[in-house]
Write a protein that binds this ligand. Sequence first.
Ligand SMILES: NC(=O)c1ccc[n+]([C@@H]2O[C@H](COP(=O)([O-])OP(=O)(O)OC[C@H]3O[C@@H](n4cnc5c(N)ncnc54)[C@H](OP(=O)(O)O)[C@@H]3O)[C@@H](O)[C@H]2O)c1
Length: 268
Amino acid sequence: MNYGFIGAGNMASAIIKGMVKSGINSSDITVFNKSQQKADALKVECGVTVAGSQKELIESVDVIILSVKPQVLDNIIGTIKTDIGNKKPLIISIAVGKTIEYLEAGLGADNSIVRVMPNINAKVLMSTSGYCPNTLVTTEQEQIVEKLFATVGSVTKIPETMFSIFGVIAGSSPAFAYLYIDVLARAAQRAGMPKKQALEIAANTVLGSAKMVLESSEHPWELVDQVCSPGGTTIEGIYALEDNGFESTIVKAFDAVMAKDKAIQAKK
Ligand SMILES: NC(=O)c1ccc[n+]([C@@H]2O[C@H](COP(=O)([O-])OP(=O)(O)OC[C@H]3O[C@@H](n4cnc5c(N)ncnc54)[C@H](OP(=O)(O)O)[C@@H]3O)[C@@H](O)[C@H]2O)c1
């Protein structure tokens, strides 16, 4: 199986590094990028092949991963269709906001097309990726997608109608989590702990807490209760959070991202 990336920026590099780390042969990966330096850097770092042109890349691979910015995709989607010609590769797009309908209109509805949304944590192989296939995608092709994105984290199949919701809780929420970690560490800094140490402790604690939610069979509120001793210290913090709108603030942040996403979709 040969994989070809059109666009070799941040996300493509993260995915390629994950693929190579998980044992996919780097000789099975080809990249084409607008500026050759980035592609050459990946060649040096990961051993991938660099194609001289988009056409050359498309001719040599079985799976195409569209990893250019959404606005760039608008400009090149016609040339990609032309370069594909009668070939029927599996086409995967990671472009944010580009729907299956858009991809089928631009590339031809007779192609197997999968829309994937990875997140920035792919850089540390901890992406939470969601995917949605068009009707032509076979079970084997879905397995290819799942295997590919499993190299950079977890993968979930979701209906396209859920992409916006997925975008908030998997795409945007890393920014919320980074903020929470930083605020906690800054409070510790204010109380006298060196910031670097506080950041490490806060981040590791969030990591462990996420693992607890995933791996224990308990509901998050049961876990909260386990940390709160009767008359103890933590319950005071929980009350302060509730009193100051912690839950409603997060729901408002969720709604704000959804509203902006809806406004962007409506403009198209
Ligand atoms: N970053 C994220 O957290 C994230 C999360 C989910 C999805 N995505 C999606 O992933 C895609 C890539 O995002 P990114 O953050 O990796 O962006 P990026 O770092 O800017 O990478 C895009 C790459 O595309 C290259 N490029 C531009 N025009 C091209 C062309 N005509 N042919 C081939 N390559 C071309 C750029 O090269 P030059 O630098 O030479 O112009 C750049 O290396 C986007 O569609 C984005 O929506 C990103």
